[in-house]
Design a protein. Structure first.
Length: 357
C-alpha cells in the first residue's frame, strides 16, 4: 500500500470557473493561464477541462510544445516571450504568440527567418517595473513592431501590481491608456484580480490564472466567497497514529508545541516533502473527519501533527483534508504567511494525483 496521501483534481470545477470568468468579462476573450505546470496541477492532466478557453498562456516553451503535441490548435501565448533568438525557430514551427518586452526581442524577430509572421504581445511597463517597455515608448515601439514583416497581429499588454489590494489599478490603467490612446491595437491588461474587481480594464483579452483554480487573488477566502468559484484541488491524507499527551509533553522537532493539559493528537501522513509549507505554525487549520482543527508543532518532512481535541471520534485511518473543498487553500496559506498560489505550485511530484469529474 502507498502512503495514504493524495491530491484530487476536481475537473468539473475548471469548467465552472471558466464560466464564472466569462460572466465577469463577457466582452473579452480568455487566456487561461497555465504556467508553472498549470499552477501545480499538471498541464497534461487539466488542459482538456479548459478546452473551451480562447487560448492558453504560459512561460515555458516545453509546456507550449506539450500542448501542441496533445492536440491544442488554438492560440498559445508565451507570457515572458522568448529567451534567446534561436527559440524563434520553435515559436515559428509551433505557431506561438510571443510577448515582447525588450528591444533585443524586436531585433531578433526582425532578423529571423520565419515560415510566416508571428502574433506578438507588446508588454508595456505601467508601474510593475518587472518586464516591459516604459509606457512613454508605447507609440515608438508599436511603430517599430508594425514595420517588421515578421510580425502579424500586435496586442498591447500590461500587468497590474495592485489589482488585488486597496491601491488598485487606477494609476497604472490611466498611464497605459493615455500612452496608448492613439494605437489601434487590441488590449490585454487584466489578471485574475482585475478580471474580478476592475471591469474597466478587461479589454479584448483577460488573463486569469489563480481564479481558474478556485483560489483568491487577494489570498482572502472571503473576497471570492460570492463568486461561485470552486477549488480544483483537494490535498487529502489520513491519520496514521494517535498519541495521548500529558500536560507538559512536547510535540515534534524542537518540541515547539507543548501540551498544557492532557491532549489527544493525530499524526498525519503529510509533510513538507509533499509540498505542505514547513513554516506553517501551530494553529494552521486542518480538517479531520468533518471537523476543523489545527496543526501542532513543527511540520516534519513526511508527517505533521494535528489536535484531536475537537474531534474525539478521530482514529487511525480517519480522513484528513489539508486543503480543498472543505478547507479553502487560502485559509491554510494565510495561516502560513503565504498565498494559495505558492501552495498549489509546490505540490510535490511524489504525491499521487487522482482525477475526478
Ligand atoms: C501569472 C500571470 C497572470 C495570471 O495571474 P493571476 O494572478 O494568477 O491571475 C497574468 N498575466 C501575466 C503576465 C502573468 O505572469
Amino acid at each position: 500500500m502507498p502512503r495514504p496521501i493524495s491530491a484530487t483534481l476536481h475537473l468539473s470545477a475548471f469548467d465552472n470557473n471558466l464560466n464564472v470568468i466569462r460572466n465577469c468579462a463577457p466582452q473579452s476573450k480568455v487566456w487561461s493561464v497555465v504556467k508553472a505546470n498549470a499552477y501545480g496541477h499538471g498541464l497534461s492532466r487539466i488542459w482538456e477541462s479548459l478546452s473551451a478557453t480562447d487560448g492558453f498562456a504560459l512561460l515555458d516553451l516545453n509546456e507550449a510544445i506539450l500542448l501542441r503535441e496533445k492536440g491544442w490548435k488554438g492560440p498559445i501565448l508565451l507570457l515572458e516571450g522568448f529567451f534567446q533568438p534561436q527559440d524563434l525557430t520553435l515559436l515559428d514551427h509551433y505557431r506561438l504568440t510571443t510577448t515582447i518586452h525588450s528591444d533585443w526581442q524586436l531585433e531578433a524577430i526582425q532578423r529571423a527567418r520565419l515560415s510566416a509572421p508571428l502574433n506578438v504581445y507588446l508588454k508595456l511597463n505601467s508601474g510593475m517595473n518587472r518586464l516591459g517597455f516604459p509606457v512613454r515608448q508605447a507609440e515608438t515601439v508599436w511603430q517599430w513592431a508594425k514595420s517588421i514583416a515578421n510580425i502579424d497581429q500586435i496586442t498591447l499588454m500590461t500587468h497590474f501590481a495592485n489589482a488585488d489590494n486597496p491601491t488598485g489599478v487606477a494609476q497604472q490603467f490611466n498611464d497605459v491608456s493615455d500612452a496608448s490612446a492613439n494605437i489601434p491595437a487590441p488590449r490585454s491588461f487584466a489578471n485574475s484580480a482585475a478580471t474580478l474587481w476592475h471591469s474597466q480594464t478587461h479589454g479584448d483579452w483577460v488573463r486569469p490564472g489563480i481564479i481558474l483554480y478556485g483560489a483568491s487573488p487577494s489570498g482572502r477566502t472571503a473576497d471570492i466567497a460570492d463568486t461561485g468559484l470552486q477549488p480544483t484541488m483537494s490535498l487529502c491524507s489520513e491519520i496514521i497514529a494517535v498519541q495521548d499527551l500529558s500536560k507538559g509533553h512536547g510535540v515534534g522537532y524542537g518540541s515547539r508545541y507543548q501540551a498544557s493539559d492532557a491532549q489527544r493528537i493525530g499524526v498525519v501522513a503529510c509533510g513538507y516533502a509533499d509540498g505542505y509549507p514547513r513554516h506553517a505554525p501551530t494553529g494552521t487549520p486542518a480538517w479531520v473527519e468533518g471537523v476543523l482543527t489545527r496543526t501542532l508543532g513543527t511540520i516534519s518532512m513526511d508527517m505533521m501533527m494535528v489536535d484531536l481535541t475537537p474531534c474525539p471520534q478521530a482514529v487511525t485511518g480517519s480522513k484528513v483534508e489539508l486543503w480543498g473543498r472543505n478547507l479553502p487553500i487560502d485559509d491554510v496559506a494565510a495561516a502560513a504567511g503565504t498565498v494559495g498560489y505558492e501552495l498549489m505550485c509546490a505540490l510535490a511530484t511524489r504525491v499521487p494525483v487522482k482525477i475526478e469529474n
